[in-house]
Design a protein around this ligand. Sequence first.
Ligand SMILES: NC(=O)C1=CN([C@@H]2O[C@H](COP(=O)(O)OP(=O)(O)OC[C@H]3O[C@@H](n4cnc5c(N)ncnc54)[C@H](O)[C@@H]3O)[C@@H](O)[C@H]2O)C=CC1
Ligand SMILES: O=C(OP(=O)(O)O)[C@H](O)COP(=O)(O)O
Length: 339
Amino acid sequence: MIKVAINGYGTIGKRVADAVAAQPDMEVIGVSKTKPSAEAFIANQRGYPLYIAEINRKPLFEEAGIEVAGDVIEMIKQADIVVDATPGGIGVKNKKLYELHDVKAIWQGGEDHEVAGFSFCSSCNYEEAKGRQFTRVVSCNTTGLCRIIHAVDEAFRVKRVRATMVRRGSDPGEVKKGPVDAIVLNPVEIPSHHGPDVQSVLPQINITTMAMIVPTTFMHMHALQMELEKEATKEDIIGIIEAHPRMGLVRGATGIKSTAELKEFAQDMGRQRADLYENCIFADSVGFVGKELFLFQAIHQEADVVVENVDAIRAMMNGAADAATSIQMTNEALGFHAI
Ligand SMILES: NC(=O)C1=CN([C@@H]2O[C@H](COP(=O)(O)OP(=O)(O)OC[C@H]3O[C@@H](n4cnc5c(N)ncnc54)[C@H](O)[C@@H]3O)[C@@H](O)[C@H]2O)C=CC1
Ligand SMILES: O=C(OP(=O)(O)O)[C@H](O)COP(=O)(O)O
Protein backbone atom coordinates (compact mmCIF):
# COMPACT_ATOMS: atom_id res chain seq x y z
CA MET A 1 0.00 0.00 0.00
CA ILE A 2 1.25 3.49 -0.88
CA LYS A 3 1.26 5.65 2.26
CA VAL A 4 -0.18 9.07 1.39
CA ALA A 5 -0.22 12.20 3.59
CA ILE A 6 -2.37 15.18 2.68
CA ASN A 7 -0.88 18.45 3.88
CA GLY A 8 -3.76 20.97 3.80
CA TYR A 9 -7.23 19.50 4.26
CA GLY A 10 -9.36 22.09 2.44
CA THR A 11 -11.37 22.12 -0.80
CA ILE A 12 -8.86 20.03 -2.74
CA GLY A 13 -7.19 18.18 0.15
CA LYS A 14 -10.40 16.69 1.56
CA ARG A 15 -11.41 15.40 -1.86
CA VAL A 16 -7.97 13.96 -2.56
CA ALA A 17 -8.08 12.21 0.84
CA ASP A 18 -11.39 10.51 0.02
CA ALA A 19 -10.22 9.59 -3.49
CA VAL A 20 -6.97 8.10 -2.13
CA ALA A 21 -8.86 6.18 0.58
CA ALA A 22 -11.03 4.63 -2.15
CA GLN A 23 -8.01 3.25 -4.08
CA PRO A 24 -7.06 -0.42 -3.62
CA ASP A 25 -3.31 0.36 -3.62
CA MET A 26 -3.21 3.47 -1.39
CA GLU A 27 -3.95 4.51 2.18
CA VAL A 28 -4.32 7.89 3.89
CA ILE A 29 -1.83 7.97 6.77
CA GLY A 30 -2.77 11.51 7.80
CA VAL A 31 -4.24 14.89 6.90
CA SER A 32 -3.39 18.31 8.30
CA LYS A 33 -5.08 21.51 9.45
CA THR A 34 -3.88 24.73 11.04
CA LYS A 35 -6.88 25.47 13.27
CA PRO A 36 -10.10 23.83 14.49
CA SER A 37 -12.80 23.94 11.81
CA ALA A 38 -15.70 21.99 10.37
CA GLU A 39 -13.23 20.15 8.12
CA ALA A 40 -11.16 19.09 11.15
CA PHE A 41 -14.29 17.48 12.63
CA ILE A 42 -14.90 15.69 9.34
CA ALA A 43 -11.31 14.38 9.26
CA ASN A 44 -11.89 12.86 12.71
CA GLN A 45 -15.25 11.47 11.62
CA ARG A 46 -13.73 9.89 8.48
CA GLY A 47 -11.01 8.29 10.64
CA TYR A 48 -8.09 10.15 9.03
CA PRO A 49 -5.36 10.83 11.62
CA LEU A 50 -5.30 14.61 12.00
CA TYR A 51 -1.95 16.40 12.27
CA ILE A 52 -1.47 20.10 12.89
CA ALA A 53 1.01 22.61 11.51
CA GLU A 54 1.82 24.12 14.94
CA ILE A 55 1.79 21.66 17.83
CA ASN A 56 1.35 24.44 20.43
CA ARG A 57 -2.20 24.79 19.08
CA LYS A 58 -3.06 21.25 20.19
CA PRO A 59 -5.06 22.42 23.26
CA LEU A 60 -7.28 24.55 20.96
CA PHE A 61 -8.24 21.42 19.01
CA GLU A 62 -8.68 19.29 22.12
CA GLU A 63 -10.90 21.90 23.77
CA ALA A 64 -13.07 21.74 20.66
CA GLY A 65 -13.27 17.96 20.97
CA ILE A 66 -11.02 17.27 17.98
CA GLU A 67 -8.43 14.51 18.28
CA VAL A 68 -4.89 15.39 17.19
CA ALA A 69 -2.36 12.71 16.19
CA GLY A 70 0.72 14.94 16.19
CA ASP A 71 2.46 17.62 14.15
CA VAL A 72 2.95 17.80 10.39
CA ILE A 73 6.59 16.66 10.63
CA GLU A 74 5.50 13.42 12.31
CA MET A 75 2.98 12.91 9.50
CA ILE A 76 5.58 13.49 6.80
CA LYS A 77 8.01 11.02 8.38
CA GLN A 78 5.48 8.20 7.98
CA ALA A 79 4.54 9.00 4.38
CA ASP A 80 5.81 7.63 1.08
CA ILE A 81 4.37 10.69 -0.61
CA VAL A 82 2.77 14.00 0.44
CA VAL A 83 0.01 15.73 -1.49
CA ASP A 84 0.49 19.39 -0.62
CA ALA A 85 -2.92 21.06 -0.93
CA THR A 86 -2.16 24.11 1.18
CA PRO A 87 -3.19 27.50 -0.28
CA GLY A 88 -1.22 28.82 -3.26
CA GLY A 89 2.08 30.34 -2.13
CA ILE A 90 2.20 28.31 1.11
CA GLY A 91 3.06 25.00 -0.55
CA VAL A 92 6.38 26.25 -1.90
CA LYS A 93 7.48 27.05 1.66
CA ASN A 94 7.05 23.37 2.58
CA LYS A 95 9.53 22.22 -0.05
CA LYS A 96 12.50 22.35 2.35
CA LEU A 97 10.61 20.07 4.72
CA TYR A 98 10.02 17.47 2.00
CA GLU A 99 13.66 17.66 0.92
CA LEU A 100 14.86 17.31 4.52
CA HIS A 101 12.75 14.20 5.09
CA ASP A 102 13.47 12.84 1.60
CA VAL A 103 9.79 12.32 0.84
CA LYS A 104 8.06 12.61 -2.53
CA ALA A 105 5.65 15.54 -2.91
CA ILE A 106 2.92 16.81 -5.22
CA TRP A 107 1.93 20.48 -5.35
CA GLN A 108 -1.18 22.09 -6.83
CA GLY A 109 -1.71 24.71 -9.53
CA GLY A 110 -1.58 27.62 -7.07
CA GLU A 111 2.20 27.12 -7.04
CA ASP A 112 4.48 27.98 -9.96
CA HIS A 113 5.86 25.32 -12.30
CA GLU A 114 9.32 25.88 -10.81
CA VAL A 115 8.30 24.45 -7.41
CA ALA A 116 8.62 20.95 -8.87
CA GLY A 117 10.19 21.63 -12.27
CA PHE A 118 7.58 19.30 -13.75
CA SER A 119 3.87 19.91 -14.38
CA PHE A 120 1.42 17.03 -14.77
CA CYS A 121 -1.81 16.03 -16.50
CA SER A 122 -2.64 12.29 -16.45
CA SER A 123 -3.64 11.84 -20.09
CA CYS A 124 -0.76 14.03 -21.41
CA ASN A 125 2.51 13.15 -19.67
CA TYR A 126 2.04 10.27 -17.19
CA GLU A 127 5.19 8.51 -18.42
CA GLU A 128 7.38 11.51 -17.55
CA ALA A 129 6.09 11.51 -13.95
CA LYS A 130 7.22 7.94 -13.26
CA GLY A 131 9.58 7.73 -10.30
CA ARG A 132 9.88 11.52 -9.81
CA GLN A 133 10.38 13.04 -6.37
CA PHE A 134 8.42 16.22 -7.12
CA THR A 135 5.45 16.99 -9.37
CA ARG A 136 2.95 19.83 -9.73
CA VAL A 137 -0.61 19.05 -10.81
CA VAL A 138 -1.66 22.00 -12.96
CA SER A 139 -4.65 24.18 -12.02
CA CYS A 140 -8.25 23.15 -12.64
CA ASN A 141 -8.71 25.25 -15.77
CA THR A 142 -5.33 24.22 -17.13
CA THR A 143 -6.18 20.55 -16.55
CA GLY A 144 -9.43 20.98 -18.50
CA LEU A 145 -7.58 22.69 -21.34
CA CYS A 146 -4.75 20.13 -21.46
CA ARG A 147 -7.14 17.17 -21.69
CA ILE A 148 -9.02 18.38 -24.75
CA ILE A 149 -6.11 20.08 -26.52
CA HIS A 150 -3.85 17.04 -26.18
CA ALA A 151 -6.53 14.60 -27.40
CA VAL A 152 -7.36 16.74 -30.45
CA ASP A 153 -3.67 17.44 -31.14
CA GLU A 154 -2.88 13.71 -31.19
CA ALA A 155 -5.54 13.11 -33.84
CA PHE A 156 -5.55 16.28 -35.98
CA ARG A 157 -2.53 18.43 -34.96
CA VAL A 158 -3.50 21.69 -33.28
CA LYS A 159 -2.04 24.72 -35.05
CA ARG A 160 -3.32 27.39 -32.67
CA VAL A 161 -5.57 27.69 -29.59
CA ARG A 162 -7.54 30.71 -28.37
CA ALA A 163 -9.44 30.29 -25.10
CA THR A 164 -11.45 32.55 -22.81
CA MET A 165 -12.06 31.38 -19.26
CA VAL A 166 -15.10 32.61 -17.34
CA ARG A 167 -14.01 31.69 -13.82
CA ARG A 168 -16.12 31.14 -10.73
CA GLY A 169 -15.58 33.80 -8.05
CA SER A 170 -15.09 31.47 -5.10
CA ASP A 171 -15.74 27.93 -3.95
CA PRO A 172 -19.22 27.53 -2.36
CA GLY A 173 -17.97 27.67 1.24
CA GLU A 174 -15.66 30.67 0.78
CA VAL A 175 -18.01 33.33 2.15
CA LYS A 176 -15.34 36.02 2.35
CA LYS A 177 -14.40 35.93 -1.35
CA GLY A 178 -16.08 37.68 -4.26
CA PRO A 179 -17.01 39.37 -6.46
CA VAL A 180 -20.66 39.69 -5.40
CA ASP A 181 -21.73 42.00 -8.22
CA ALA A 182 -19.06 42.49 -10.88
CA ILE A 183 -17.27 40.93 -13.80
CA VAL A 184 -13.60 41.17 -12.91
CA LEU A 185 -10.90 40.88 -15.55
CA ASN A 186 -8.41 38.49 -13.99
CA PRO A 187 -5.96 39.43 -15.24
CA VAL A 188 -6.54 42.50 -17.40
CA GLU A 189 -3.34 41.67 -19.31
CA ILE A 190 -3.09 38.95 -21.91
CA PRO A 191 -2.30 36.09 -21.60
CA SER A 192 -3.79 34.77 -18.37
CA HIS A 193 -1.63 32.17 -16.59
CA HIS A 194 -3.54 29.33 -18.26
CA GLY A 195 -1.79 29.53 -21.66
CA PRO A 196 1.77 29.37 -20.29
CA ASP A 197 0.59 26.69 -17.85
CA VAL A 198 -0.74 24.55 -20.71
CA GLN A 199 2.69 24.94 -22.31
CA SER A 200 4.33 23.67 -19.10
CA VAL A 201 2.64 20.33 -19.92
CA LEU A 202 2.36 20.59 -23.73
CA PRO A 203 5.27 22.82 -24.85
CA GLN A 204 4.50 22.42 -28.56
CA ILE A 205 1.03 24.04 -28.32
CA ASN A 206 0.55 27.59 -29.63
CA ILE A 207 -2.03 29.00 -27.20
CA THR A 208 -3.23 32.40 -25.97
CA THR A 209 -5.74 32.70 -23.12
CA MET A 210 -7.88 35.42 -21.51
CA ALA A 211 -9.74 35.14 -18.21
CA MET A 212 -12.35 36.89 -16.09
CA ILE A 213 -14.10 36.15 -12.80
CA VAL A 214 -17.88 36.21 -12.32
CA PRO A 215 -20.10 35.92 -9.20
CA THR A 216 -20.81 32.18 -9.22
CA THR A 217 -19.39 29.32 -7.16
CA PHE A 218 -19.95 26.01 -8.90
CA MET A 219 -17.91 25.85 -12.13
CA HIS A 220 -15.76 27.62 -14.69
CA MET A 221 -16.85 27.93 -18.35
CA HIS A 222 -14.43 27.93 -21.31
CA ALA A 223 -15.07 29.31 -24.79
CA LEU A 224 -12.44 27.41 -26.78
CA GLN A 225 -11.25 27.76 -30.38
CA MET A 226 -8.68 25.48 -31.99
CA GLU A 227 -7.33 25.80 -35.50
CA LEU A 228 -6.42 22.31 -36.75
CA GLU A 229 -3.85 21.28 -39.36
CA LYS A 230 -5.82 18.29 -40.67
CA GLU A 231 -9.45 18.19 -41.83
CA ALA A 232 -11.86 16.99 -39.14
CA THR A 233 -15.61 16.84 -38.65
CA LYS A 234 -17.87 17.48 -35.67
CA GLU A 235 -18.41 13.71 -35.48
CA ASP A 236 -14.64 13.12 -35.26
CA ILE A 237 -14.39 15.47 -32.27
CA ILE A 238 -17.45 13.97 -30.58
CA GLY A 239 -15.81 10.54 -31.04
CA ILE A 240 -12.60 11.75 -29.36
CA ILE A 241 -14.55 13.12 -26.40
CA GLU A 242 -16.64 9.94 -26.02
CA ALA A 243 -13.50 7.78 -26.03
CA HIS A 244 -11.71 9.83 -23.35
CA PRO A 245 -12.06 8.61 -19.73
CA ARG A 246 -11.97 12.17 -18.32
CA MET A 247 -14.16 14.02 -20.82
CA GLY A 248 -17.92 13.85 -21.22
CA LEU A 249 -20.68 15.30 -23.37
CA VAL A 250 -23.56 17.44 -22.19
CA ARG A 251 -26.10 16.31 -24.76
CA GLY A 252 -28.73 18.65 -26.18
CA ALA A 253 -31.55 16.30 -25.19
CA THR A 254 -30.79 16.95 -21.50
CA GLY A 255 -31.76 20.59 -22.01
CA ILE A 256 -28.75 21.63 -19.90
CA LYS A 257 -27.44 25.08 -20.85
CA SER A 258 -25.80 26.22 -17.62
CA THR A 259 -23.49 25.30 -14.76
CA ALA A 260 -26.46 25.44 -12.36
CA GLU A 261 -28.27 22.70 -14.30
CA LEU A 262 -25.05 20.69 -14.46
CA LYS A 263 -24.79 20.82 -10.67
CA GLU A 264 -28.35 19.52 -10.36
CA PHE A 265 -27.44 16.76 -12.85
CA ALA A 266 -24.36 15.77 -10.79
CA GLN A 267 -26.45 15.66 -7.61
CA ASP A 268 -29.12 13.54 -9.29
CA MET A 269 -26.43 11.15 -10.60
CA GLY A 270 -25.47 10.59 -6.97
CA ARG A 271 -21.91 11.85 -7.37
CA GLN A 272 -20.19 12.37 -4.00
CA ARG A 273 -20.28 16.13 -3.17
CA ALA A 274 -21.87 16.61 -6.66
CA ASP A 275 -18.32 16.42 -8.04
CA LEU A 276 -17.77 16.43 -11.80
CA TYR A 277 -14.26 15.09 -12.42
CA GLU A 278 -14.62 15.29 -16.21
CA ASN A 279 -14.58 18.14 -18.76
CA CYS A 280 -18.28 18.77 -19.43
CA ILE A 281 -18.34 19.60 -23.13
CA PHE A 282 -21.58 20.93 -24.62
CA ALA A 283 -22.20 18.62 -27.60
CA ASP A 284 -24.23 21.18 -29.54
CA SER A 285 -21.44 23.77 -29.23
CA VAL A 286 -18.92 21.54 -31.03
CA GLY A 287 -18.61 22.85 -34.58
CA PHE A 288 -16.25 24.03 -37.31
CA VAL A 289 -15.75 27.17 -39.34
CA GLY A 290 -13.30 25.86 -41.94
CA LYS A 291 -10.54 24.13 -39.99
CA GLU A 292 -11.32 26.07 -36.82
CA LEU A 293 -13.00 24.09 -34.06
CA PHE A 294 -15.28 25.84 -31.55
CA LEU A 295 -16.73 24.51 -28.30
CA PHE A 296 -17.90 25.38 -24.79
CA GLN A 297 -16.77 23.29 -21.81
CA ALA A 298 -17.60 23.59 -18.12
CA ILE A 299 -14.96 22.64 -15.55
CA HIS A 300 -15.75 21.81 -11.94
CA GLN A 301 -12.88 23.53 -10.15
CA GLU A 302 -13.17 21.51 -6.95
CA ALA A 303 -13.07 18.14 -8.68
CA ASP A 304 -11.14 17.74 -11.95
CA VAL A 305 -7.66 17.88 -10.36
CA VAL A 306 -8.57 15.33 -7.68
CA VAL A 307 -8.33 12.31 -9.98
CA GLU A 308 -5.15 13.77 -11.51
CA ASN A 309 -3.52 13.85 -8.05
CA VAL A 310 -4.31 10.15 -7.59
CA ASP A 311 -2.67 9.29 -10.93
CA ALA A 312 0.33 11.49 -10.11
CA ILE A 313 0.82 9.51 -6.88
CA ARG A 314 0.71 6.23 -8.81
CA ALA A 315 3.12 7.45 -11.48
CA MET A 316 5.67 8.80 -8.97
CA MET A 317 5.46 5.54 -6.96
CA ASN A 318 5.73 3.39 -10.12
CA GLY A 319 2.38 1.85 -9.20
CA ALA A 320 0.92 1.28 -12.68
CA ALA A 321 2.35 0.31 -16.06
CA ASP A 322 0.91 3.27 -17.95
CA ALA A 323 -1.53 6.18 -17.91
CA ALA A 324 -4.48 4.18 -19.20
CA THR A 325 -4.08 1.59 -16.42
CA SER A 326 -3.84 4.21 -13.68
CA ILE A 327 -6.72 6.33 -15.00
CA GLN A 328 -8.93 3.24 -15.19
CA MET A 329 -7.99 2.18 -11.63
CA THR A 330 -8.64 5.67 -10.27
CA ASN A 331 -11.97 6.07 -12.05
CA GLU A 332 -13.19 2.58 -11.13
CA ALA A 333 -12.32 2.97 -7.45
CA LEU A 334 -14.46 6.15 -7.41
CA GLY A 335 -17.28 4.54 -9.41
CA PHE A 336 -16.70 7.36 -11.90
CA HIS A 337 -17.82 7.04 -15.53
CA ALA A 338 -17.68 10.26 -17.54
CA ILE A 339 -21.11 11.65 -18.52
N1 LIG B 1 -10.30 25.36 -4.92
C1 LIG B 1 -10.09 25.21 -6.19
O1 LIG B 1 -10.97 25.47 -6.99
C2 LIG B 1 -8.79 24.72 -6.70
C3 LIG B 1 -7.62 24.90 -6.02
N2 LIG B 1 -6.44 24.49 -6.57
C4 LIG B 1 -5.18 24.70 -5.87
O2 LIG B 1 -5.11 23.79 -4.77
C5 LIG B 1 -4.40 24.39 -3.69
C6 LIG B 1 -5.28 24.37 -2.46
O3 LIG B 1 -6.44 25.14 -2.72
P1 LIG B 1 -7.78 24.95 -1.89
O4 LIG B 1 -8.00 23.54 -1.56
O5 LIG B 1 -8.83 25.69 -2.64
O6 LIG B 1 -7.42 25.77 -0.58
P2 LIG B 1 -8.23 25.79 0.80
O7 LIG B 1 -7.96 27.10 1.40
O8 LIG B 1 -9.63 25.33 0.61
O9 LIG B 1 -7.50 24.66 1.64
C7 LIG B 1 -6.19 24.79 2.08
C8 LIG B 1 -6.04 24.06 3.40
O10 LIG B 1 -4.69 24.14 3.84
C9 LIG B 1 -4.68 24.39 5.24
N3 LIG B 1 -3.41 25.06 5.54
C10 LIG B 1 -3.10 26.37 5.40
N4 LIG B 1 -1.82 26.57 5.76
C11 LIG B 1 -1.32 25.38 6.11
C12 LIG B 1 -0.06 24.93 6.59
N5 LIG B 1 0.96 25.79 6.73
N6 LIG B 1 0.10 23.62 6.87
C13 LIG B 1 -0.91 22.74 6.72
N7 LIG B 1 -2.14 23.13 6.27
C14 LIG B 1 -2.33 24.41 5.98
C15 LIG B 1 -5.91 25.23 5.52
O11 LIG B 1 -6.35 25.02 6.83
C16 LIG B 1 -6.89 24.62 4.53
O12 LIG B 1 -7.58 23.54 5.10
C17 LIG B 1 -3.99 25.79 -4.18
O13 LIG B 1 -2.71 25.68 -4.77
C18 LIG B 1 -5.02 26.08 -5.26
O14 LIG B 1 -4.57 27.00 -6.21
C19 LIG B 1 -6.39 23.80 -7.75
C20 LIG B 1 -7.53 23.56 -8.45
C21 LIG B 1 -8.81 24.04 -8.01
O1 LIG C 1 -7.13 26.45 -10.23
C1 LIG C 1 -8.12 27.20 -10.20
O2 LIG C 1 -8.38 28.15 -11.14
P1 LIG C 1 -7.39 28.63 -12.30
O3 LIG C 1 -7.15 27.42 -13.20
O4 LIG C 1 -8.13 29.69 -13.03
O5 LIG C 1 -6.11 29.11 -11.66
C2 LIG C 1 -9.04 27.15 -9.04
O6 LIG C 1 -10.33 27.49 -9.39
C3 LIG C 1 -8.49 28.02 -7.92
O7 LIG C 1 -8.66 29.33 -8.26
P2 LIG C 1 -8.57 30.51 -7.16
O8 LIG C 1 -7.11 30.89 -7.10
O9 LIG C 1 -9.43 31.59 -7.73
O10 LIG C 1 -9.09 29.96 -5.85
